[in-house]
Write a protein that binds this ligand. Structure first.
Ligand code: AMP
Length: 550
């Protein structure tokens, strides 16, 4: 009962993915889905085929005895059959659990067992990895192989995806689902402790889809051709497959071919308008475009969505100035379905000089509708939006996790209903967020916080630097001092002194790295973020050693 107020008289229509699936069939049957196979050939079919096959998949799951709420795992690249799992599994009432194939096999096994996955779908090309996992997962009852044309031997007792589908009717009577029921489980990348399960509901995913399509966010429309480079096994490919199916945009999947040349070929030949991926992917693409600026016709490209870790301003600027390509920087988390903020320049700030505007576009942006943000200090005091005070970001909203699977990590949720992101940020008076660090990676020197992300951004604007990661090294006097790990561009050189000079004047003196270590590669997590725990493990004693040697 709504005491003292008039109840709305609108339908309580459930926000489920089934509506999006039906919409694909009834409104956009001819829209194309293109996938690159492991042998580099292209598979093409339509939304009508997608609907038919997702229905057959739901029939096959029912025949295997999969019940509502059961977890069904996928170990797959981005392709049309993974898309069928994205809909066929949740719309049948089960829960899709996307396994991250970049994790260590023992970690994948831990996650699959933790989620108690009953059924697992695996790409044939990934069987060598799967074989290292399967015997450690007691919950697996059925193994279904997606034959992608590779020749790996099939595991005993496994079933073939196409054979299962072929048996089923192309019409499935999808059940009425509660919008609050689980659609997917995605595990966090585990930069802090064991990976934890985020259980996305139909409702949260649908709301996220609507928000992602808005003109002022990613602006995904029927007119678009969307290339999710971000893996479907990580944070549900940022929700891009759901948004594309919702509005009827053509979908292009790269399969296992994520090298810059393959991606640029796909973008040019399929006339991609929106592509989303992590900075590492885009850095590789930018370097190749700089080498061969005329090779690919990217005139169709409208938006390159970059997120997952900080996009350096120099990269955003390089794409725009040298290649006329527009980048939108976004921040999000698995715990948020995953989009949180997006860096568009507000109308009255567009008059600012180029550098100020670039600063805004290289920030993490301001929240999308239905994401609320605040930041707090170590004593939980809420901090001012002054663009300077650093604190841990907290968020809330209808597509933010309220707890983890199994109730793990309760300390990540505040008593008054906010989620503690673990990101250290500043927020300015306009609401623009700037991530200065992961809370576990902050550098605290003499009691003051130093932003490694700001230093990394500045270092990556040096013409010789491909990548830079700044991390804390132990120091007797200051307890921690910043140290920079540097990867140089091929054929380029720079000394520590030159890099120091490049930073001078831009930051307070005590922020400048005490030293520079040159590496071939910076260690990364499975989802492409700098693995600073590893850097600290390798070089945390660098300054102490250097001192001792003097
Ligand atoms: P995941 O759940 O694996 O997507 O990781 C989420 C984390 O990635 C966030 O908490 C941030 O630390 C980091 N992250 C995501 N997007 C960005 C971004 N645009 N800039 C900086 N860090 C980011």
């Amino acid at each position: 009962m709504l005491a003292g107020s008039l109840a709305g008289r609108m339908m309580d229509f459930p926000l489920t993915l089934t509506h999006l699936l039906e919409r694909a069939r009834t409104l956009f049957g001819r829209t194309e889905i293109v996938s690159r196979n492991p042998d580099r050939s292209l598979h093409r079919h339509t939304f009508a085929d997608f609907h038919r096959r997702s229905s057959q998949l739901a029939g096959a799951l029912a025949r295997l005895g999969v019940r509502p709420g059961d977890r069904v795992a996928s170990l797959s690249w981005n392709h049309y059959r993974h898309l069928e799992l994205y809909f066929g599994v949740p719309c049948s009432g089960a829960v899709l659990h996307t396994l991250n194939l970049r994790l260590h096999p023992t970690e994948i096994a831990y996650i699959a067992q933790h989620a108690e996955d009953r059924v697992v779908f695996v790409d044939r090309s990934l069987l060598p990895l799967f074989n290292q996992i399967v015997e450690h997962v007691r919950s697996f009852e059925h193994v279904i192989v997606i034959d992608d044309g590779t020749a790996h031997a099939l595991p005993g007792g496994s079933l073939d995806y196409e054979t299962l589908l072929a048996r089923e009717s192309t019409r499935f009577d999808f059940p009425d689902l509660d919008e609050r029921s689980a659609a997917m489980v995605c595990y966090t990348s585990g930069t802090t402790g064991n990976p934890k399960g985020v259980v996305l509901s139909h409702r949260s995913t649908v709301l996220h889809t609507l928000v992602q399509c808005m003109t002022d966010t990613a602006a995904i429309s029927e007119n678009d051709t969307v290339l999710p480079v971000v893996p479907m096994f990580h944070a549900n490919a940022w929700g891009l497959p759901y948004s594309s199916i919702c509005v009827g945009s053509k979908l292009v999947f790269p399969g296992p071919h994520l090298d810059p040349t393959s991606l640029l070929d796909l973008m040019a030949t399929e006339k991609v308008t929106v592509a989303g991926g992590v900075p590492t992917i885009w850095l590789g693409i930018l370097a190749l475009l700089d080498q061969e600026p005329k090779k690919w016709d990217l005139s169709a490209m409208r938006t390159m969505l970059i997120g997952g870790s900080a996009a350096p301003a120099s990269m955003i600027d390089g794409f725009q100035k040298r290649h006329g390509l527009g980048v939108i920087h976004a921040w999000g988390m698995t715990e948020m379905n995953p989009l949180g903020t997006l860096a568009r320049v507000k109308r009255d700030l567009r008059g600012a000089d180029d550098e100020t505007q670039l600063g805004l576009r290289a920030s993490q942006g301001y929240p999308v509708p239905f994401v609320e943000q605040r930041h707090a200090d170590e004593e939980d005091k809420i901090l001012p939006w002054d663009g300077e005070t650093m604190g841990e970001l907290q968020v809330r909203g209808p597509f933010v996790a309220s707890s983890y699977y199994g109730g793990e990590g309760p300390d990540r949720f505040t008593a008054d209903g906010w989620f503690k992101t673990g990101d250290v940020v500043t927020i300015d008076a306009e609401g623009y967020l700037r991530i200065t660090d992961r809370s576990k990676d902050v550098i605290k020197s003499g009691g003051e916080w130093i932003s490694s992300v700001a230093l990394e951004n500045a270092l990556m604007s040096h013409p010789s630097v491909l990548e830079a990661a700044v991390f804390a090294a132990r120091d007797e006097k200051w307890s921690e001092r910043p140290l920079a790990a540097i990867v140089l561009k091929e054929g380029k050189s720079a000394t520590g002194a030159e890099l120091g000079a490049h930073l001078e004047g831009r930051f307070a003196k005590f922020w400048l790295p005490d030293d520079y270590v040159f590496m071939k590669q910076i260690p990364r997590t499975s989802t492409g973020k700098f693995l600073k725990t590893k850097l600290r493990e390798l070089h945390g004693d660098h300054l102490e050693k250097k001192k001792a040697a003097r």
